[in-house]
Design a protein around this ligand. Structure first.
Ligand code: NDP
Length: 440
């Protein structure tokens, strides 16, 4: 299993884990208290896929509009039957991604400290794998080897098969976690642990499943669909609409940026603290590719137009969001590496903490405590606005993402309060805004 390169930093054991005790196998037990406990987790296991199917049906069967099931047949139609063609498409895509992930060279990077203090090694080759995948995809489409509209016609069956694969993978991971006899931060409650996961970093050598599925499959499949959906419009209508160009180009910028800064993922909550269970498996295999491209799916069934000035405004809005998002994240990372490095051309103002590290008070981190979330949300809104005001369905990304980031800010605030104590209170006094400077 996981090959740790260092087990030194036990002081890094997070507050999350401090609340757990130890089971008889020596692994950490945690209370089943997230998402409303076992009942909440069990409900979400079915609710989250149901939302995805509902949204697919809104696009594919109801012209992109919200709908109310009027009969059992309506509900059943929400679940498209799997097809052999869809199974083949998904199979080829997953096998190709795994093969590329294994053979394409990449730099060897050490991840952040896990709750146990361990640091794992990762091979980062996501950018090269994504570039090769998109190049092959474009060549296949341009030479007529396959048609984008044929893939889009299989979106429903692809959703069903991807969901089944997600349930299968999560079940396998659950059994893996239990068989190891060392459940990592599990509660012992079956539905809760199935949803949250029983294993933190399942891996074969350097091939880390959670990292691979988040990066190559989640972000990579989202990127592939951001190419396939406009290509389908081109095949069907002979041209690309302005909204389609704006949405896909902006999303591809975000996805390429993710791969350029792939190493950032190694210090994020998902990788360091969250077990790999159904919640994340479904997010990477299903939620991200299908729900993050609802805008383009909507634009295919409900063509909209956009005046050139509005397109320019939305691109400017997206770029402004991107600059805030990228620059704020870079400011913090550079500050962590070199606390003396100037911020916006001036020596940084900082707050020394009892914990030994400093908090940045300059730049974006002096305007609000999470301007990086503001940047992310600005981009998300610009992608949705490009679809016009004909339906709320293409706004789903923003409507789900905003509460997610607002909640994430609260959780990070709690974690930082536990990490930094009174120093965090002082930081909050000096930087009173949470996400939006002067407003929130
Ligand atoms: P952040 O990058 O915001 O990191 C929070 C951590 O930074 C804190 O726990 C603290 O950790 C450190 N920190 C906080 N304030 C300061 C400061 N003033 N100076 C120095 N360090 C500070 O967290 P996320 O992982 O949530 O977000 C990373 C990016 O990922 C964001 O841009 C977010 O928008 C994006 N994101 C995107 C998602 C998506 O689905 N597209 C989902 C979630 C996030 P410490 O002090 O221990 O270093």
């Amino acid at each position: 299993m996981s090959r740790a390169v260092s087990t030194a930093n036990h002081s890094a054991v997070s507050a999350i884990d401090a609340s757990g005790d130890t089971n008889r196998e020596g692994a950490q037990r945690v209370p089943a208290d997230h998402f409303g406990g076992p009942f909440g987790a069990a409900s979400l296991t079915f609710l989250v896929p149901a939302i995805t199917f509902y949204l697919w049906a809104a696009i594919a069967l109801h012209d992109g509009q919200l709908w109310l099931p009027r009969s059992v047949a309506d509900v059943l139609a929400m679940f498209p039957m799997p097809t052999l063609r869809a199974a083949a498409i998904l199979g080829v895509w997953l096998v190709a991604q795994i093969a590329l992930g294994l053979v394409v060279p990449g730099s060897l990077v050490t991840g952040g400290p896990l709750p146990s203090g361990e640091r794992l090694q990762y091979r980062l080759n996501g950018l090269a794998c994504f570039a090769i995948s998109i190049a092959l995809l474009v060549v296949g489409l341009a030479t007529g080897l396959f048609r984008a509209s044929a893939i889009v016609a299989e979106l429903g069956p692809l959703l069903t098969i991807s969901t089944l694969v997600a349930f299968g993978q999560a079940l396998w991971l659950y059994v893996w976690g239990r068989r190891r006899g060392a459940l990592e931060r599990s509660s012992g409650n079956v539905p809760y642990d199935f949803f949250m996961g029983t294993v933190l970093n399942p891996r074969f050598g350097l091939f880390d499943l959670k990292f691979f599925f988040e990066s190559h499959i989640g972000m990579g499949t989202w990127g592939a669909l951001a190419v396939i959906l406009p290509a389908a419009q081109l095949e069907e209508t002979g041209s690309l609409s302005l909204p389609m160009i704006v949405v896909s180009a902006c999303q591809l910028l975000y996805i390429v940026d993710f791969f350029v800064f792939e190493s950032n993922l190694l210090s994020m909550l998902d990788i360091l603290y969250e077990n790999y269970g159904f919640m994340l498996v479904h997010a990477f295999l299903v939620w991200m590719p299908f729900n993050f491209t609802l805008q383009q799916q909507y634009l295919l069934v409900s063509p909209s137009s956009l005046p050139a000035w509005a397109a320019v405004l939305l691109v400017v809005m997206n770029l402004a969001g991107y600059v805030i998002f990228r620059d704020s994240n870079l400011q913090k990372q550079r500050f962590r590496r070199d606390p003396a490095r100037p911020v916006w051309g001036k020596p940084p103002r900082t707050l020394k903490t009892q914990r030994g590290t400093e908090l940045l008070l300059s730049g974006w981190w002096g305007l609000a405590r999470h301007t990086n979330y503001l940047g992310d949300l600005t981009m998300a809104l610009s992608w949705c606005l490009a679809c016009g005001f004909g339906s709320v369905v293409p706004y789903f990304y923003f409507l789900y993402f905003a509460p997610l980031l607002f909640d994430r800010e609260r959780r990070d605030h709690k974690l930082c309060k536990e990490k930094y104590g009174a120093d965090w209170d002082e930081y909050c006094k000096r930087v009173p805004y949470r996400i939006v400077p002067w407003l929130y």
